[in-house]
Design a protein around this ligand. Structure first.
Ligand code: GDP
Ligand code: MG
Length: 599
């Protein structure tokens, strides 16, 4: 059987999903009548936001050759998933919007694909648009990436122009599976007679349990065959194997070179992690597919139910989400201000947004998500490194030698006239300017190194607004670095509010502290005594506000001796108090507090 496995890579909105639709249609995999636009984006959220989160491999037939298309999420938060799906194929179609040209995520994805040794087929999309400049953009691609301009296909995914030429090009140019570049690095993967398959996606389906997308490298997979997971060390007995077309299509076997799905019989996606290798249970433990990584959370936030008694429901909902998303991690946490909730780890900000929206939408939960913080590390005097996912867990200064934070390499594409503003924005946020390159006379690519903490606080919005929406960016981790950091605490009437503790860059502490003091002043109600609001950096007060005293007597308005009326009022006041959060002697209305905490 002749097989070609490929994926489509693109910057967001350059037309990847639309092109996938056209390929499915032209190959007759799905009739135009049944075509819902962007068929591969199955989650409602993906459809609404027009982004791809989950990978859905689909099989087509073109001129008697089996074509397996693996859709990839284009966003940096999910670049590990992208890299695993790239490992499952031999070729990649690179889609570039002919009106916009190469953007930051185009490059990030192309570099990943090049590292993996994939055959890349560049195409310029949206040539139907009057603003398309295919020739100019082709030159740019040649200059930046080295693909000869005259070889670049011009297509319109919307109108279907060039679809056939692209399909022909795929079967001619993408190497067949047996020519896979991993062959020379890891011959064990292709060991004759043995079974080796890469898991590049796992989802939980309430009827089938865990269903994994796989690429078979050698041997065959079949239902009822005893298999083992290399990393997880677990055994499994699949109940079904097959491929998507685009619906589930069971087959007897999946053999070397093929892409398909396997119903694993497992109950938890955490057991069938992306990047793990399946092998037949009867043989000795082989070497796995190279490059396996555990997904690491970079961003943490607290998630709390607005109604305290929703806590068990929140736990259940998170447990359900994790069935589908092995990269999500959470542990219970308790805050004196917010009550019982969870500290949740995410791959990035988009991931956080998606989880928040799914909790609200799919589980109908009313939740509070605290401002995100990055994954810090504390270096102890004995050189022990302790991860800090919640700033309030950080011990007082003196108990540790140093604090470290994640740094990123940030690539930004923007029009040349905005270079100054972009450099200013990045350096204001502790960015180190590394490189500037003109991609054509009017456009530039800038490279910075920047702490992730600077990126999680509205950086992207600011970048978009100073560039009128024209800048694009992508980033990748470059390791942990020591920083001039300390814990900033907020105190109300000398009581620390744990949920507001944050780790900050020391020179910024004063103005961050001031801003929080002002916000707190607005929500803390007056009391019969003056209330101090303070920001403390390592025990030293760096900002303060005072709320003056007010004597409030609810019975003052009443004259005479109507005791029942007076008691009624006092009782009402007491009931009202139940909805307040107490900080030492101070009560803060819970709702105001939640409003303050919203990110
Ligand atoms: P993705 O984010 O790369 O998956 O991009 P989509 O496929 O979701 O497309 C983004 C937007 O561009 C959608 O509004 C599409 O309708 C539009 N689009 C995609 N391809 C074309 C094309 O060839 N011509 C035109 N005019 N619009 C297109
Ligand atoms: Mg898409």
């Amino acid at each position: 059987m002749d097989i070609r496995n490929f994926c489509i890579i693109a910057h967001i909105d350059h037309g990847k999903s639309t092109l996938a639709d056209r390929l499915l249609e032209r190959t007759g995999t799905i009739s135009s009548r049944d075509m819902k636009s962007q068929l591969l984006d199955t989650m409602d959220l993906e459809r609404e936001r027009g982004i791809t989160i989950k990978l859905q491999p689909v099989r087509m037939d073109w001129k008697g050759i089996q074509l397996n298309l693996i859709d990839t999420p284009g966003h940096v938060d999910f670049s590990y998933e992208v890299s695993r799906s790239l490992a499952a194929c031999e070729g990649a179609v690179l889609v570039v919007d002919a009106t916009q040209g190469v953007q930051a995520q185009t490059l990030a994805n192309v570099f990943l694909a090049m590292e993996q040794g994939l055959k890349i087929i560049p195409v310029l999309n949206k040539i139907d648009l009057p603003a398309a400049e295919p020739d100019r953009r082709a030159e740019e691609i040649e200059k930046l990436l080295g693909f000869p301009a005259e070889d670049i296909l011009h297509i319109s995914a919307k109108e279907g122009t060039g679809t056939e030429a692209l399909l022909d090009c795929l079967i001619e140019q993408v190497p067949p599976p047996e020519k896979n570049r991993l062959f020379s690095h890891s011959p064990d993967l292709f060991a004759h007679g043995s079974t080796r398959a890469l898991i590049f996606d796992s989802t939980f389906d309430s009827y089938r349990g865990v269903v994994s997308s796989v690429r078979v490298f050698s041997g065959t997979l079949r239902a009822g065959q005893k298999l083992r997971l290399l990393r997880a060390g677990r055994e499994l007995l699949p109940t079904e194997v097959g491929f998507l077309s685009p619906g589930y299509t069971p087959t007897k076997t999946l053999s070397a070179g093929e892409v398909g799905y396997i119903v694993t019989g497992l109950k938890n996606v955490v057991d069938a992690k992306v990047g793990d290798t399946l092998y037949s249970g009867t043989e000795a433990r082989p070497a796995g597919l190279p490059g396996y990584k555990e997904p690491i959370p970079f961003v943490f936030a607290g998630i709390y139910p607005i109604a305290g008694d929703d806590f068990p429901l929140l736990r259940k909902s998170l447990e359900k989400l994790v069935l589908n998303d092995a990269s999500l991690v959470f542990v219970p946490e308790n805050s004196s201000a917010l009550g019982n909730g969870f500290r949740v780890g995410f791959l990035g900000l988009l991931h956080l947004d998606i989880v928040q929206e799914r909790l609200e939408r799919e589980f109908d939960l009313d939740i509070l998500v605290t401002a995100p913080s990055v994954a810090y590390e504390m270096v102890r005097p004995n050189d022990e490194i302790v991860p800090i996912s919640n700033p309030s867990e950080l011990p007082d200064a003196g108990k540790y030698d140093a604090l470290r934070e994640p740094w990123m390499k940030v690539m930004i594409f923007c029009p040349a006239e905005q270079v100054g503003a972009v450099i200013q924005l990045c350096t204001d946020r502790r960015g180190l300017h590394k490189n500037l390159q003109y991609t054509d006379p009017t456009r530039t690519e800038l490279t910075f190194e920047m702490p992730l903490a600077s990126i999680v606080t509205d950086f992207y919005d600011d970048l978009k607004s100073i560039s009128s929406g024209f800048a694009s960016m992508s980033y990748e981790p470059i390791g942990m670095r020591e920083g001039n950091l300390a814990r900033l605490d907020m105190l109300v009437a000398e009581e620390k509010i744990d949920a507001l503790s944050q780790i900050v860059y020391r020179p910024d502490a004063h103005h961050i502290g001031e801003a929080w003091c002002k916000k707190l002043k607005d929500i803390v109600p007056k009391a019969q005594f003056a209330i101090k609001i303070q920001a403390a950096l390592g025990g030293k007060i760096v900002a303060r506000e005072t709320i003056s005293a007010l004597r409030k007597d609810v019975t003052a308005k009443l004259y005479g001796g109507d005791v029942t009326r007076k008691n009624k009022l006092l009782k009402k006041q007491k009931a009202g108090k139940k909805r307040l959060k107490q900080f030492g002697k101070i009560d803060i209305p819970q709702e105001a507090f939640f409003a303050l905490m919203r990110k």
